[in-house]
Design a protein around this ligand. Structure first.
Ligand SMILES: [Fe+2]
Ligand SMILES: [Fe+2]
Length: 327
């Protein structure tokens, strides 16, 4: 006879087992592409649907064919980074332009849709907390319109972008060339706008701060107000270099360019452009390395639920700035 308590014991043991075996690297070559109401072609990169053990978080990749728009829908908070193509988003009834390198913040439950206005396929990565939102019974996914060919009506209805910021002041869109490169700031002697903050530029060949962290209200955020999910930064690592290593719970890294490997609790995981790395939802010590002859660029993604649990974690202190090589 089983009781609810035994059920919890069993699930706890199963979870330990699952976390020990869960995949860490999502391979670009192994993505399982599908068609959905929202996207003509999309795949879960890191998420429960792809066999990863997550905190209810998802990294997704999607394509918009030339001359098409995505569906129009609403759900929890989302972060989007455009890899290829040009077009515009309509978020809560306002237009925002995007191109390769643009990062978009979709506020909690905001209606949104992307339109491809360029000659080729547009590709983007998207991060959200759909599974978590549904698990805590606060999730709603509402499909207002399905994806399809674009007849120009949206362009006519929303002819121009008024601002990269929403009516409440929060930033919705940021192009990569407008993101602050911390190294450029250091070299030019411009003071950091946040007293005492140092994003660790000395450890990387380049840092572009996008949404900053969901971690702290004093973090550099470029005016974004991401809470549930932040595409925080793009790091560039020089050939034959190592990032700092540190300890925390779940995060994701999408490889934009180059190749390298991560050491996660002492285990090596190799990756290359188009792959993504899952720092799993347990306390792990990890660092990232570029042992190739070319530069590597990675997009970092973090989720607000992590900070809720890190605040509960007795004895947890973020271990930062440990010299590479010592893990
Ligand atoms: Fe969405
Ligand atoms: Fe990390």
């Amino acid at each position: 006879m089983t009781d609810f308590y035994r059920g919890w014991l069993r699930r706890s043991a199963e979870l330990e087992d699952r976390l020990a075996r869960a995949p860490v690297v999502a391979r670009a070559t192994a993505l399982r592409w599908v068609e959905t109401a929202q996207d003509a072609r999309t795949a879960v990169v890191i998420g429960e649907a792809a066999g990863f053990a997550t905190s209810g978080t998802t990294l997704q990749k999607a394509e918009i064919p030339a001359g098409w728009h995505t569906g129009r829908h609403a759900h929890g908070e989302e972060a989007i980074h455009v890899l290829e193509g040009v077009g515009f988003a309509v978020v809560d009834g306002a237009r925002y332009e995007w191109k390769p390198g643009t990062t978009l913040h979709i506020p909690y439950r905001a209606e949104h849709q992307l339109v491809n206005t360029g000659p080729g396929t547009a590709t983007y990565v998207s991060a959200h907390t759909m599974d978590l939102d549904l698990a805590v019974k606060l999730g709603r996914l509402i499909q207002h319109e399905e994806k399809g060919p674009d007849d120009g009506a949206l362009g006519a209805r929303f002819p121009a972008q008024a601002s990269q910021h929403a009516a409440d002041g929060r930033r919705i869109a940021l192009h990569l060339e407008d993101a602050m490169d911390e190294n450029a700031r250091r070299l030019s002697g411009i003071a950091h706008p946040v007293a005492g903050a140092d994003k660790g530029a000395h450890r990387h060949a380049g840092i572009w701060i996008l949404m900053g962290g969901a971690e702290s209200p004093t973090d550099e955020t470029n005016g974004f107000r991401a809470k549930a999910v932040a595409m925080s930064t793009i790091f560039e690592e020089s050939p034959h270099s190592a990032s700092h290593s540190h300890t925390h719970t779940e995060a994701m890294l999408y490889v934009l360019e180059g190749q390298g490997y991560s050491l996660i609790d002492g285990v090596r995981h190799d990756w290359r452009a188009g792959d993504a790395v899952h720092i799993p939802p347990r306390m792990t010590h990890h660092g990232h390395f570029n042992d190739s002859d070319a530069r590597a660029r990675t997009l970092r993604i973090e989720f607000g639920i992590r900070y809720f649990y890190e605040a509960l974690w007795r004895g947890y202190q973020k271990v930062k700035d440990r010299p590479s090589g010592r893990h």
